[in-house]
Design a protein around this ligand. Structure first.
Ligand code: GDP
Ligand code: MG
Length: 441
């Protein structure tokens, strides 16, 4: 993606403003990136259309950092779609014992996730948790949960041969009440594909357990399939959230976007490995970055901006060396100073300016003054900024009034400008300017 976008951003750097065509070109690449990340076609199409609508209106009006603007819009929009209403990590577990039903296809990571969440509830929330395996198809699956339970120090419901999943669910409920458990987790059986029997079984368990949360566990590597599975489970069973597993793998997380856009169900947790601690609360920002390879884009935008700033700095330096330092230059400097954390840090970086820095500090110059000075320069005409010597007394009054300030402040600014212009000229001759500029940009 970064390679494709770099061409687009190169153009932006030169132009400085974003045209509708540029937005289109950039978004064509974004669309491809989404598809490569396993986002489904209709979701990618909708997404790009939304961003296009949001970007074109804005981008042409704000010409400051157009590239960054598009990236930000894309990123924000991704995040908006991915974000659920609630805190994803907060499970509804009041009124003990609270049942949590775990559903999903075989091999998606249900049993592992059940144990991971149990450990989390126990350690983070201090909850007493009971786990029960309802996987009557595979005795080994029941053993697996029992072993994990011992490993993490969480109780499991004793295995009784010959029970149906519904019977186990009922027994778990009784045991959880009698044993004073806060939460009991029901780890259901999965199949390789959704079929009527799997759904019927899960529905029957749901009906007896009346779960507070029904978490669908899906393999994040399966991309588009995961979305179909999610939709089917939600239609037939009703889920309250999704856990995406194997996000430690190569999958690019596109399933998360499709899943959220199509089912509307929040992604609650992300599985990041086989270990019992390898689970995290879902963070939209992270997945957004992963889907677009945002790290690359952000780096690219930064590079583009550096180029712009370096060009600006070079232009300014040339002007200084020629002894031309006008109010526009001063304004740019004042703005830069504000950005860099004010007067003191700034002056510290400029050799030869320490004395002036002290003078300024003694005169009580602070960031408020920087802002007032910028306001003063803003009320000057173009000509006056280019040549402050033009300023007559009457104009001074009007400019000060325009900025809501006293004429004395304006006089101070003019004096300061003259001092700086002199200093720049001297430094330009002495070759010290280059060094000073390094600190500034
Ligand atoms: P179930 O059939 O749905 O219960 O799936 P399991 O919990 O038995 O998991 C199947 C396999 O996937 C096991 O080997 C797990 O260790 C592994 N697994 C589960 N979650 C993750 C994950 O987030 N990342 C990785 N890399 N492996 C996982
Ligand atoms: Mg299992």
């Amino acid at each position: 993606l970064s390679e494709r976008l770099s061409g687009v951003f190169d153009k932006l750097t030169k132009q400085g403003a974003l045209s509708e065509d540029d937005v289109k070109t950039a978004l064509r690449e974004v669309r491809i990136a989404l598809l490569e990340a396993d986002v489904s076609l209709p979701v990618a199409r909708d997404f790009v259309a939304t961003v296009q609508a949001k970007a074109t209106g804005q981008a042409v009006t704000k010409s400051i950092t157009p590239g960054q603007q598009v990236v930000k819009i894309v990123h924000d929009e991704l995040q908006r779609v991915l974000t659920g209403d609630e805190d994803p990590g907060a499970l509804k577990i009041d009124n003990p014992p609270a049942p949590i039903l775990m559903v999903g296809l075989q091999g998606s990571g249900k049993t592992t996730t059940t144990a991971k969440l149990a450990k989390r509830l126990k350690e983070r929330d201090g909850k007493k948790v009971l786990m029960a395996s309802l996987d009557t198809n595979r005795p080994a699956a029941m053993e697996q949960l029992a072993i994990l339970g011992m490993q993490i120090g969480v109780d499991t419901l004793p295995i009784v041969a010959g029970e149906t999943p519904v019977q186990i669910a009922k027994r778990a409920k009784v045991q959880a009440s009698l044993g004073g458990y806060d939460v009991y987790m029901l780890d259901t059986a999965g199949r390789l594909h959704i079929d009527a029997e799997l759904i019927a079984q899960a529905a029957a368990v749901r009906d007896v357990a009346n779960p507070r949360e029904t978490l669908l566990v899906v393999d994040g590597l399966t991309g588009q399939d995961a979305v179909n599975v999610a939709q089917e489970f939600d239609d037939k069973i009703g889920v309250t959230g999704v856990v995406l597993t194997r996000m430690d793998g190569d999958g690019r997380g596109g399933a998360a976007l499709s899943m959220r856009a199509i089912t509307g169900k929040p992604i609650r947790f992300v599985g990041l490995g086989e270990k019992m601690d390898a689970i995290e609360t879902f963070e939209p920002q992270r997945i957004a970055g992963r889907i677009l390879g945002m790290g690359d884009i952000v780096a690219l935008v930064e590079k583009a901006q550096e180029t712009i700033e370096a060009e600006q700095a070079a232009r300014m330096m040339k002007r200084f060396q020629q002894g031309r330092f006008n109010m526009n230059d001063l304004k740019m400097q004042l703005e830069q100073m504000l950005k860099m954390g004010g007067m003191e840090g700034m002056m510290g970086m400029m050799p030869g300016a320490a004395k002036m820095g002290k003078q300024m500090a003694a005169a009580g110059m602070d960031d408020g003054i920087l802002k007032r000075q910028i306001a003063l320069i803003n009320s000057m005409t173009k000509k006056e900024r280019a040549n402050p010597d033009l300023l007559a007394a009457s104009r001074k009054k009007r400019i000060a009034a325009g900025a809501g300030l006293e004429v004395s402040e304006l006089n101070k600014l003019i004096k300061q400008h003259r001092q700086m212009a002199d200093m720049m000229k001297k430094m330009g001759k002495g070759g010290m300017l280059k060094q000073a500029m390094k600190g500034m940009f």
